[in-house]
Design a protein around this ligand. Structure first.
Ligand SMILES: [Zn+2]
Length: 114
């Protein structure tokens, strides 16, 4: 039987240890104690928040496990709502880029006609 702790361990092999250049997003640890993954969710294993509970928030992050089994390391990910906000922002950016390209193209055609 695979325990959740083993899952965390095998997963942490692919995570970056915190450092001065890459502090923990949750508690600011720089000693290498915490682990984080710089992907879309910014998966973070943080031992600096031993009293955190599932659903707790730190900035845009949400805690997704509790310490019912005495675990002091918590998993934090970027809240989905926040990711959605980011997606919206990307869409806005792309739309703006398209609009600018269109304007530039119109200006170019105007110059040709003139
Ligand atoms: Zn931390």
């Amino acid at each position: 039987m695979i325990s959740p702790l083993n899952d965390i361990k095998s997963f942490s092999d692919h995570l970056n240890a915190t450092s001065k250049h890459d502090p923990c997003e949750i508690c600011g640890d720089i000693t290498g104690r915490d682990r984080q993954k710089h992907n879309q969710e910014n998966f973070t294993l943080c031992a600096g928040t031993p009293t955190a509970k599932k659903g707790d928030r730190v900035g845009p992050y949400i805690c997704v496990n509790d310490n019912a089994k005495g675990h002091t390391t918590h998993i934090w990910i970027l809240d989905k709502g926040f990711s959605q906000w980011e997606d919206d922002r990307k869409t806005q950016y792309l739309l703006e880029k398209q609009r600018r390209a269109l304007v530039a193209e119109q200006e170019r055609q105007t110059k040709i006609q003139a």
